[in-house]
Ligand binder design. Structure first.
Ligand code: TXA
Ligand code: MG
Length: 353
C-alpha cells in the first residue's frame, strides 16, 4: 500500500488545504483504514475505535501483541458518556482540570466499545489530546480514534513524522506530519475504576498535580519495584518497550563521578572496537572527549529532556551504537516519567557509583 504523507501543522488546520486533508483522513478512518497523526505527547496510529476490524489492523501494522489495549481518543467531553459505563465524580474533576491534555483515564467500558480495541478487557482507556491537529482529525473522523503510539512495537515512540514513516511506511494509508511534538513522552495513565485512583504509567501530569485535585492517589507498585513478579495493571508496561538495539547502561551518582566513570568505560569499549554512544546533557556535553555524545537537553529544564529522549535513542539505533551510557535524572516532576522510560530502555541496568 502507498502511504500518503501530508504536512499538517496547527497553523494549517483552518486553511482550505488543511480542511481537505482532514476530510480525506476522516474518510480513510470511516472506511476502516489507518492514519498516523500528531498529538502533544507522541505520534498516534489512529483507526476507528468502534470498528473491531480497524483495531485488528492497528495491531498488525505495529506488530503489537493483541492483549495490549489501545487508548480511545476523543475531542469533546460529550463523547465520553456513551463509551463508558459511568463517569466517576473524580474523573469529572480530572477532566475539568487536565483535558484536553496528556492524561489518559481508565473507565469501565460500555458495550459500544469492541473487545478488540480494549485487548479483551472490560475497561477502556480514554484521552482527550490538546494538539489542534489531533482534535480536528478526531472530529473529522466522527469522534472515536483508537491510537497507540505510531511505532513498531518495541521501538521508541515517534516524536517526529520521519520516524513514523520509518516504522509504518507502506503499512497504513496516511501520515499527518505535524512537525516536532512538544512533550515527547506518552500520556500519564490513571485507573479511575479503583479507589484511590491509581497511576499506571507516569507522564507529564505528575502524581503531585493529580493529588492537588484528588487528594490521595496510588501508584501501581510494579512501577516502583522492577523486580516485582506481579503483572503491571497497564498490560503494555510489561513489555520491554522503548528498547534500543544496543546495550544501554544508566549511570547514577554525583555528576563529576558519573562523567569519570562513563569516560573510563567508553575508552575501554572503544578499545575493543565497539561503537559507543553517550546520552548526556547540555551541562556536561563538553566533558566527554570520546564516543558519540548526544545531549538530551538541559537539566535546568527537564521538559527539554522529555522532548528529546526518544529522538536520541532512535538516532543511536540508526547509527548502530553497540554500547550506550546515559546520565541519570532526578525522580521528581517530569523526571519520574523520564526515568521510567529510560529504565525500561536500559532493561533496568543501572550502575550506582
Ligand atoms: O500519549 C499517549 O498516550 C499516546 C498518544 C498517541 O496518545 N498513546 C500511547 O498509546 O502511548 P500506547 O498504546 O503506546 O500505550 C497505551 C498504554 C499501554 O501500556 C496499554 O497497556 C495501556 O495504555 N492501556 C490501554 N487500555 C488500558 C486498560 N483498559 N487498562 C489498563 N491499561 C490500559
Ligand atoms: Mg506505545
Amino acid at each position: 500500500m502507498e502511504t500518503k504523507l501530508i504536512r499538517l501543522t496547527e497553523d494549517d488546520v483552518e486553511t482550505e488545504q488543511g480542511q481537505e486533508a482532514l476530510r480525506e483522513a476522516g474518510e480513510i478512518i470511516r472506511k476502516g483504514g489507518l492514519v498516523a497523526f500528531p498529538t502533544e505527547t507522541v505520534y498516534g496510529l489512529g483507526g476507528d475505535a468502534l470498528n473491531p476490524e480497524s483495531s485488528r489492523k492497528i495491531y498488525a501494522a505495529k506488530g503489537r501483541p493483541s492483549d495490549n489495549p489501545l487508548i480511545v481518543h476523543i475531542a469533546e467531553m460529550e463523547m465520553l458518556s456513551s463509551i463508558v459505563e459511568e463517569i466517576p465524580a473524580k474523573a469529572k474533576q480530572l477532566a475539568d482540570r487536565f483535558w484536553p491534555g496528556p492524561l489518559t483515564m481508565i473507565f469501565n467500558k460500555s458495550d459500544k466499545v469492541p473487545l478488540e480495541t480494549t485487548g479483551g478487557l472490560q475497561t477502556v482507556a480514554v484521552r482527550m489530546p490538546s494538539d489542534k491537529v489531533a482534535m480536528a482529525f478526531i472530529k473529522a473522523a466522527d469522534g472515536y480514534i483508537a491510537a497507540p503510539s505510531a511505532n513498531t512495537s518495541g521501538r521508541p515512540s515517534p516524536t517526529v513524522a520521519k520516524y513514523v514513516a520509518e516504522d509504518l511506511d507502506g503499512k497504513i494509508e496516511m501520515i499527518l506530519d505535524g512537525g516536532q511534538l512538544c512533550i515527547g513522552l506518552e500520556s500519564t495513565i490513571v485507573d479511575m475504576t479503583v479507589e484511590p485512583p491509581m497511576i499506571l504509567r507516569p507522564g507529564y501530569i505528575t502524581k503531585e498535580m493529580l493529588e492537588e485535585v484528588l487528594g490521595e492517589v496510588a501508584v501501581d507498585k510494579t512501577l516502583l519495584d522492577p523486580t516485582s513478579k506481579t503483572a503491571p495493571k497497564a498490560p503494555g508496561m510489561k513489555y520491554r518497550h522503548y528498547a534500543p538495539k544496543g546495550e544501554l547502561t544508566i549511570v547514577d551518582g554525583e555528576s563529576a563521578k558519573v562523567v569519570d566513570w562513563i569516560n573510563a568505560h567508553a575508552k575501554e569499549a572503544l578499545e575493543k572496537g565497539q561503537k559507543v554512544g553517550i546520552i548526556c546533557t547540555d551541562e556536561t556535553k563538553a566533558l566527554y572527549p570520546q564516543g558519540v555524545k548526544k545531549s538530551v537537553g538541559n537539566r535546568q529544564n527537564e521538559e527539554t529532556v522529555a522532548r528529546e529522549l526518544y529522538r536520541v535513542l532512535r538516532e543511536f539505533d540508526d547509527e548502530g551504537m553497540e554500547v550506550m551510557y546515559s546520565e541519570s535524572f532526578a525522580e521528581s516532576g517530569i523526571g519520574v516519567a523520564i526515568m521510567n522510560r529510560l529504565l525500561k530502555a536500559a532493561g533496568h541496568h543501572v550502575e550506582h557509583i
